[in-house]
Design a protein around this ligand. Structure first.
Ligand SMILES: Nc1ncnc2c1ncn2[C@@H]1O[C@H](COP(=O)(O)OP(=O)(O)OP(=O)(O)O)[C@@H](O)[C@H]1O
Length: 296
């Protein structure tokens, strides 16, 4: 669908479609305006037979639409950090999900780190606390996000400091198979836990490992906020990173940081053995979060 001043009506609400702001395996996402209220929204459009999305079949796109929509609607009352769904529709050839719109947290990291700066520590703590809670609410009801990375947190609200999770596309309900996860991780293994790469990974107990894999990914994001780069970034291309993770047997070394509590969280989240990583609930109770901003 071409961008630029197209109008669509969904359940009686008129929208003006503006620019394409993202796309995935099954969908295109547009910025749009709700013409009845003036609210800026994002509309995810899944054209079930779209040829440009060649890797997916029509049926798989239909399934993907329903899976994502079902999960999003289920989570609305259960998790305040999941992107709010404002409207949706399923038609013969196309599905729509209208959501609140924001900017991806990835853009903030690029902007800040690209200019050689770091996020202020109080802001790091504010973002971290929301990320941990977002994952806590998912884990509490048995869902592993499985693709936790800055691209999948959207900043909303007047000052952009409220976070929302998007992209529930590969939750625990799909078999957490290594190759499909790596493909969906936007081409980077930077956030993928070593147990998902390690050839000795015990597939029989993978669901137990799944929760802790989200904790690893959260740790990588905290590391990136704290140090301005990801722990494996220095390794360069993806094959080096995958090889490093595959051979890894020890905990990641964490450089010195002015906040010892933040560093302690990082050490725990980035432990090689998933069983030794904290749960999301434990992270919420960690002194880094409970001791207040005065500690930063
Ligand atoms: N609510 C939103 N506000 C702003 N940008 C968004 C929003 N939702 C999605 N995007 C943008 O669109 C991109 C793709 O969205 P999303 O990750 O949901 O699709 P996907 O899951 O990759 O697609 P698929 O499930 O079809 O593979 C995101 O990376 C983000 O840049």
């Amino acid at each position: 669908m071409a961008a630029g001043a197209r109008r669509i009506t969904i359940h009686g609400v008129p929208y003006r479609l503006d620019d394409e702001i993202g796309y995935g395996l099954h969908s295109f996402v547009y910025s749009a305006r709700d013409l009845s209220t003036g609210q800026n929204v994002a509309i995810k459009i899944i054209q079930f037979g779209h040829r440009a999305l060649a890797r997916a079949t029509t049926d798989s796109r239909r399934q993907s639409f329903w899976k994502e929509l079902d999960l999003l609607l289920h989570l609305q009352p259960l998790n305040p950090y999941v992107i709010r769904v404002l409207n949706w529709d399923y038609r013969e050839a196309v599905g729509f999900i209208v959501m609140e719109r924001g900017d991806t947290f990835r853009d903030t990291l690029i902007e800040t780190n690209g200019s050689g700066a770091l996020l202020p520590l109080p802001l790091v703590k504010r973002f971290w606390s929301q990320m941990v809670e977002a994952i806590y609410y998912l884990h509490r009801i048995g869902i592993v996000h499985a693709d936790v990375k800055p691209e999948n947190f959207i900043q909303v609200g007047p000052d952009g400091t409220s976070l929302r999770l998007i992209d529930m596309g590969i939750s625990f309900r799909l078999p957490p198979f290594i190759t499909s996860r790596l493909k969906t991780a936007a081409g980077t293994p930077d956030y993928v836990a070593p147990e998902l790469i390690n050839a000795r990974f015990n597939l029989g107990s993978r669901s137990k490992f799944g929760y802790k894999s989200d904790i690893w990914s959260l740790g990588v994001i905290l590391y990136e906020m704290a140090f301005g780069e990801r722990p494996l970034q220095y390794l360069g291309d993806n094959s080096n990173k995958i090889s490093f993770l595959g051979k890894m047997r020890r905990d990641l070394q964490i450089p010195p940081h002015p906040d010892p509590l933040l560093r302690n969280v990082l050490r725990k989240c980035l432990r090689f053995n998933p069983r030794r990583r904290p749960t999301a609930e434990m992270l919420m109770g960690h002194p880094y979060l409970t001791s207040g901003l005065a500690q930063t």
